[in-house]
Design a protein around this ligand. Sequence first.
Ligand SMILES: [Ca+2]
Length: 444
Amino acid sequence: MNHPTISAVLCALAVLASFATSASAESRKPNVIILFIDDLGYGDLACFGNTFTPTPHMDSLAGEGAILTMSYVTNPPCSPSRSCLMTGMYAQRFHKFGMARGLPIPDDHPTLAEFMRDAGYVTGQIGKWDLGGPGQGPHQRGFMEVARWGNAAQGYFVEKPDGSKLYRTEMDGDHMVEFVERNKDKPFFLYFSPLAIHSPLKGTPKRYQNRIKSGNKAYGGAVAAVDDQIGKLLAVLRKHDLEKNTLILLTGDNGAGSGGSSAPYTGGKHAGTSKEGWVHTPAVAWWPGTIPAGQKFGGLTCTLDYYTTAASVAGKQAPEKCDGKNLIPYLTGKRQGDVHEYVYWYNADPKDSPHRHLSAVRWKQWRLHWDKRDKAWKLYDLHADPREENDLAAKHPEVLKQLKAKHEAFVATLPSLDTIPAYKSQWSKPPDGFGWLIGDGNAD
Ligand SMILES: [Ca+2]
C-alpha cells in the first residue's frame, strides 16, 4: 500500500472539502425578494382587515412573518416612490420633489440592484420600472436578469408574436418562478414590481373577479390575481427548500387607487392626497426561522429601510447617503419602538398639479400636514382618529410647533425647488419583446 499517495489523496479531499464548505456558505447567503405592488391600499389585504378579497398567500406571508402596521412611502406616487426604494434615499435629495418622470437618479450612488450585484447576488427585475432618466433602465442600473414585458403599451393583455394573449399579471408571476428556478443555487435579489393593481382594471379576468364577495370586483380580482402569483413564488421557494434562506418584503408603491381600500385610514391616490391613505401602505416581512411568526410590528418605518435591510442581509453596510435603517433587529425583537422617530413628506414640484403637493410629518401617534384647501397646518392623533376628522392643532400647540420646526429643518436639508435641473420626460426601458434580457446590469 502506498501511504504517501493515500495521504496526498486525503489532503486533496480535505482541500476540496474546504472549498465546498466555503462555496456552500456563500450559497447560504440569504436571498432577498421585494414585492412592490402598484397602488396597493392599506385595507386591500385580508391580513390587514379586508373582508371581501381573499388573499391567502399574502396572508400566509403575514402569518409566518410580521405585519408592519406603520409602514410608509415617503414620496408618492409611482416614479418618486420607486426612486426612493431603489436608492434608499429621500429622493428630494436629488431633486425628485414629485412625479418628475425622466429626472435622473444619481450616477454616483449605487442602486439597490448595483449594490446587491456587487455583494455577490444575482439580481433580477420583473415588471414596471418607471424611474431614472435615459440610460438608467433596470438592465443599465444593476439588474443582471430583466424580464422583458412584451409591449408595455398593451396594458394588462399582452399579445405574443404567435397571436396568443397573456394576462400580464400571470406572465409576471411565471417570470418569478423562472427566475428562482434558474438561480436557486446562488444568492439572489429579486425585485417584483408588477403593473398590477394599477388602474384601469376593467379587463381583470372573470376567474379572478368571481372570487370577490363585494366591492369593486375588477379591483379585488386584480388583488387576487397578484396573490396567486405570490402563491407561485412561495411554491417554488418551498420546492427548493429556500424558505429559511429568503427574506421577502412586501408593500405598495403608494396608497389605494380607484376601487381600493385605505381603511381604517382615509384618502388615497384619487381621493385625498393630503390624507394618510395616500402614503400609508400595508407591509409584510417574511423570513421563516429568523423573523418570528405572527408578529405585529407597529414602529414607524418606510420603504427607505429596504435598501439598508437588504444590505445588512448581504452582510454589508449600506452607502452613507442612504436614509434608511436596518429592519431586522426590530423584526427579530432585538430592538423595539419606532425605526424612525420622524418620517417626512415634501412633495412640492412646481410642475406637479397642486393636488399632488404634500407637506407632512409623522411622530409617535401624531400626523401634521399642510391642508392646501384651508391653507393651515392640521394635526391628527392617528391612534385615536385614523380618519383624520378631529384637527387638534389648536388643542396641542406645542406638538404643532415641534413638528412644524422638524419639518422645516428637514426641508432645509434638501436642495431648493428652484435648483431642479432641466430634464426630458424620457426614461430607459429594456427593449420590447419576450423572455429574459441577461447581462451584467451595466448595459449601454
Ligand atoms: Ca403607483
